[in-house]
Design a protein around this ligand. Structure first.
Ligand SMILES: Cc1ncc(COP(=O)(O)O)c(C=O)c1O
Length: 413
């Protein structure tokens, strides 16, 4: 029986969410639209199957097709990223990172990573995450003047603290990370290198962004951001870590792998090899630059003054409004963003002085540079007319017009 018949309440809410996704300009940097094919694999009968273990070595019978799915996902992941070894079982980016720590270091060891309030991620040593409780974090940040990472400074902090692990990766840093330089720093202090490429995975797969795979001991990713797959995690590593990374994921952290999600990851890896995906990732970068230029031209301040990837971080300090107010005002006109701390933010995380934008999701829908220039203009209008319902209504109409021209993959195509 169909969902509508069995549970009309949930079916109705899902329909509302579909409408919301089609009717809003989604600038959340960590989101995207999975294809119908990815959604189909994720909604498949593989959700019924228990397959604890790995292909050929399962703790359950009936795993013939689960093995085929996982083998294919592994093969495609390795080929896509040029990695020696892969693990596709992590349920999220956070558990992928946990498994990497468990493989590379011992509890109590020192890790050196980018501070959360400077652009890092919770799982990179924040005191409220397992990573800050189980390990001894020390942090690097960005240079106050340039807004960018000062690699010589990172090296100095590394020499002073002699970490066992250098963690690289960020949720909001809008510039290219110099993986080779990070490797040099790690080698200098005899540390291992973990690169969390959760955000950049799609750009890296399309080879429009440098890859950390040749430099990192382990690279982790999420499959649902720029990579456009199902919600989940991915681990890539050197062959020497194969046995220990597998043990860290299962039985270290998880029980049965989500075979439906692994099938959907395999589909996403296949899609990521196609010319359309590569063109879309290239367009994502162009769109980010046009959006940045439009905002700068409208007097908006950006952390680092621009972007090299799909993300932009607006510094609202000169406008006097908080990230919370900006998020809510843009939400009123169906432009979806998230409030985000800026480096050296004087406001608490619930308010913030910034908003983060990303162009992955809109580019997947087919929005181009012309639309980005228009969206920049609309954002500037809203931020300079907070609370002005007349302006909001005008902007809403423009948003509606753009949304009507671009189908939402997986929903309206
Ligand atoms: C850099 C980075 N790493 C890890 C994660 C965690 O991913 P998940 O939400 O799947 O646990 C995120 C999520 O936003 C992220 O930005």
């Amino acid at each position: 029986m169909s969902l509508t018949k069995v549970d009309p309440q949930i079916a109705g809410i899902i329909l509302d969410e579909e409408r919301r996704q089609c009717n809003s300009i989604n600038l959340i940097a960590s989101e995207n639209y999975s294809s119908k094919a990815v959604l189909e694999a994720q909604g498949s009968v593989l959700t019924n199957k228990y397959a604890e273990g790995y292909p050929g070595k399962r703790y359950y019978g009936g795993c013939k097709y689960a093995d085929q799915v996982e083998e294919l996902a592994l093969h495609r992941a390795k080929e896509l990223f040029g990695a020696e070894y892969a693990n596709v079982q992590p349920s999220s980016g956070s558990t992928a990172n946990m498994a990497a720590y468990m493989t590379l270091i011992d509890y109590g060891d020192t890790i050196l990573s980018m501070a959360l309030d400077q652009g890092g991620h919770l799982t990179h040593g924040s005191p409220i995450s397992f990573s800050g409780k189980l390990y001894r974090p020390v942090f690097y940040g960005i240079d106050r003047e340039t807004g960018q990472i000062d690699y010589d400074e990172v090296e100095k902090i590394a020499i002073k603290n002699m970490p066992k692990l250098l963690v690289v990766g960020s949720s909001s840093y809008p510039r290219i990370l110099d993986y080779q330089r990070f490797r040099q720093i790690a080698d200098r202090v005899n540390a291992r290198l973990l690169v969390d490429m959760a955000h950049e995975a799609g750009l890296i797969a399309a080879r429009v962004h440098p890859s950390p795979v040749p430099y990192a001991d382990i690279a982790t990713a999420t499959t649902h951001k720029s990579l456009r797959g199902p919600r989940g995690g991915l681990i890539l590593c050197r062959a020497t870590y194969s046995a220990s990374i597998n043990r860290s994921v299962f039985p270290g952290l998880q029980g049965g792998p989500q075979m439906h999600a692994i099938a959907a990851k395999a589909v996403a890896f296949h899609e990521a090899k196609q010319p359309q995906f590569i063109a879309c990732q290239r367009a994502t970068l162009e769109n980010a630059k046009v959006l940045a230029d439009g905002l700068l031209a409208g007097g908006i301040q950006l952390v680092t003054g621009g972007t090299d990837n799909h993300r932009l971080l607006i510094d609202l300090t000169p406008t006097g409004i908080t990230g919370k107010i900006a998020e809510s005002a843009l939400g009123e006109v169906n432009i979806t963003v998230n409030k985000n701390a800026i480096p050296f933010d004087s406001r608490p995380p619930g308010l913030t002085s910034g908003i983060r934008l990303g162009t992955s999701a809109l580019t997947t829908r087919g929005f181009g540079t012309e639309e980005m220039a228009k969206i920049a203009h609309l954002i500037v209008r809203v931020l300079s007319h907070i609370g002005d319902e007349k302006v909001y209504q005008e902007v809403r109409l423009e948003v509606e017009e753009m949304n009507s021209r671009f189908p939402t993959p997986g929903i309206t195509q």
